[in-house]
Design a protein around this ligand. Structure first.
Ligand code: ZN
Length: 375
């Protein structure tokens, strides 16, 4: 963790893919800075009546994940629900629970029932940094959209059209995890809704490669010359530099557009935010919708969402190049593995075996039935 937004805290593939998608969205918005109508016309966005931008009608986003997302969608996946005998799984009461990731691994554990506030000094003292599972984060995207708070300055939420799993697809578990368990959500601001994407497995499931989760994350988007490898232990790239998808880098992209594009939030020089947290807080409807998500989980008896310490977002835009460092920075979540010198860089075989993408179009043979609207 880093108090200047330089570290990527969560390197699970879904999370990396979404952050990379944010870069793509900034690219597309930046086209609207152009004087040339042809360039503007190539963007996936068009101007919206009343301010801001909207996706062109033919543009949809699909999420492909090589296996069930960690947490609620995956934990029960090997066990289907027997329709005749009912649900007899020994741990069935835990279904739907919010879960946090364990550091440097793929596993998750249920959130503490008492509610828990993470503090900055606690983490600096060595407390484990808690991050919600990918199943929980995807459920949240199904209400708040995949664009995050900053981009809501310029657009309404963008929802996933489909989520396709390469293996461990189970319609009950996946639909519960990504939207059904918060079907009782209430009081959402008008712009937001509970999105129920098309869910499916694929006709020839990917062979799974059990084993320890890799300690690196790879990202690239269309038009990138090369991929970037993030050390999952430090949240930075080789040499300690910041990643192009860390908060600081994306804040920089946001501030480049601030006040220069049509917006939904009436941006002006006088309202220019200094801190990343201020820019996020300025989109009040997004913040309200986020509270609705937390309450929906709580009301359903599924636990309290564990948020990161507020200090994490209280940083300004940085002008300096981050220090070159070979060891994790103070405050980063260093682990013994880095100290042991285990390689964080993938071989070509490993890269070709990684198969997660957030793509503009997807053409697959879906064997799964549409489960929309069953909760
Ligand atoms: Zn995950």
């Amino acid at each position: 963790m880093n108090d200047r937004g330089f570290a990527v805290n969560d390197c699970h593939a879904e999370i990396i893919a979404r952050r990379c998608f944010l870069r793509f969205i900034y690219d597309q918005l930046e086209m609207h800075l152009s004087e040339d109508p042809e360039v503007r016309g190539q963007s996936v966005f068009e101007l919206r009546d009343g301010g801001g931008y909207k996706l062109k009608p033919s543009i949809h986003f699909h999420l492909y994940i090589s296996t069930a997302p960690c947490g609620d969608a995956r934990i029960f996946s090997p066990h289907g629900q027997d329709v005749e005998t009912g649900d007899r799984h020994p741990n069935r009461k835990a279904r739907g629970q919010l879960r946090t990731k364990i550091e440097s691994g793929e596993g998750t554990i249920p959130v503490r029932s008492s509610g828990f506030i993470q503090t900055w000094d606690g983490v600096l003292e060595g407390e484990r940094l808690l991050t919600m599972s990918c199943s929980d984060k995807i459920a949240r995207w199904n209400v708040l959209g995949i664009q995050g708070a900053l981009l809501c300055h310029f657009m309404h939420p963008i929802y996933l059209e489909s989520i396709i799993l390469g293996s461990l697809y189970h319609s009950d578990h996946l639909s519960r995890a990504v939207y059904c368990r918060i079907a009782g959500i209430e009081n959402l601001p008008d712009l937001f809704q509970l999105n129920r994407p098309f869910l499916s497995g694929i006709s020839s499931p990917e062979s799974r490669q059990p084993g320890k989760a890799p300690n690196f994350g790879i990202n690239w988007r269309r038009n990138d010359d090369t991929f970037e490898v993030i050390n999952a232990m430090t949240g930075r790239v080789e040499g300690g530099n910041m990643s192009r998808i860390c908060k600081q880098a994306l804040f920089d992209r946001f501030m480049n557009l601030y006040g220069r594009l049509s917006s939904l939030t009436g941006q002006s020089v006088t309202t220019r935010p200094t801190l990343y947290s201020e820019a996020k807080a300025a989109v009040m409807e997004y913040q309200l919708a986020k509270q609705c998500v937390f309450q929906a989980f709580q009301k359903a008896g599924l636990g309290n969402w564990v948020q990161k310490p507020i200090e994490q977002d209280q940083f300004e835009m940085s002008q300096d190049v981050p220090d070159i460092q070979l060891k994790p920075a103070e405050g980063d979540t260093a682990t013994t593995e880095v100290k042991k010198g285990i390689s964080i860089f993938p071989t070509l075989e490993q890269i070709s075996s990684l198969s997660l993408s957030l793509s503009l179009s997807l053409s697959l043979n879906f064997p799964g039935e549409k489960v929309v609207g069953q909760c």
